[in-house]
Design a protein around this ligand. Structure first.
Ligand code: HEM
Length: 174
């Protein structure tokens, strides 16, 4: 079965790779400027003056918008996760290829758990606009704090390991 899939996909390897690489780089960069130049400065101003009546509505607006900014990132990610295995099969890759093993360890061990959590906090139970519309402002404030802590903890790892797996995939240093 895998052999049949591999032979069928092999002629399209470079086209699948085009989709994989485009989606992979879109996944890494699509939300980064909005995070760095919109969300971060506003959230830092809020943390400096947590009860400032002027900053709180701006904070709410920025986080509610950011729940939408990440839609591109969250569309690109599954595309990467589908096209990667397609290339794995079509290219005859196997376990024991060091750069690919380390890359998959990082994707499965770090990025998939982070993205599942981010999907939930941005689009499902943790969506700020929907919680606000429910009128439960205690839950809204809790969701706001949780998502901000999640960004603070995960963003450095996402940038470092995100670029590392691109380096591993392109330069294949090991
Ligand atoms: C977030 C996750 C991922 C990112 C950022 C990513 C990134 C990349 C990049 C930038 C390349 C291009 C390398 C080149 O130009 O030679 C690549 C190639 C590749 N990736 Fe991924 N990838 C990811 C996930 C996966 C997954 C889950 C798999 C497999 C199960 C996978 C398998 C491959 C394979 C087989 C290649 C082809 C290498 C080649 O033809 O030289 N990738 N990846």
């Amino acid at each position: 079965m895998l052999e049949y899939i591999g032979t069928t996909l092999a002629p399209y390897y470079l086209y699948i790779k085009f989709v994989h690489v485009t989606a992979a780089l879109g996944w890494i960069w699509s939300a980064s400027t909005a995070y760095a130049y919109y969300l971060l400065p506003i959230m830092k101003a809020w943390r400096r003056n947590p009860h400032d009546a002027e900053i709180i509505p701006v904070r709410d607006w920025a986080m509610e918008r950011f729940d939408e900014v990440v839609i591109y990132e969250h569309v690109f990610f599954p595309i990467v996760l589908v096209t990667g295995p397609m290339m794995y099969i079509a290219g005859g890759w196997n376990a024991g290829v060091a750069w690919l093993d380390l890359k998959l360890l990082i994707v499965i061990g770090l990025f998939i758990p982070i993205e599942i959590t981010d999907y939930y906090m941005s689009h499902f139970g943790g969506n700020k606009r929907r919680i606000k519309a429910s009128g439960d402002m205690v839950r809204f404030e809790r969701a706001m704090h949780r998502h901000w802590w999640f960004f603070l903890i995960t963003s450095p790892a996402v940038m470092v390991y995100g670029l590392l797996i691109v380096l591993l995939a392109i330069a294949k240093p090991i």
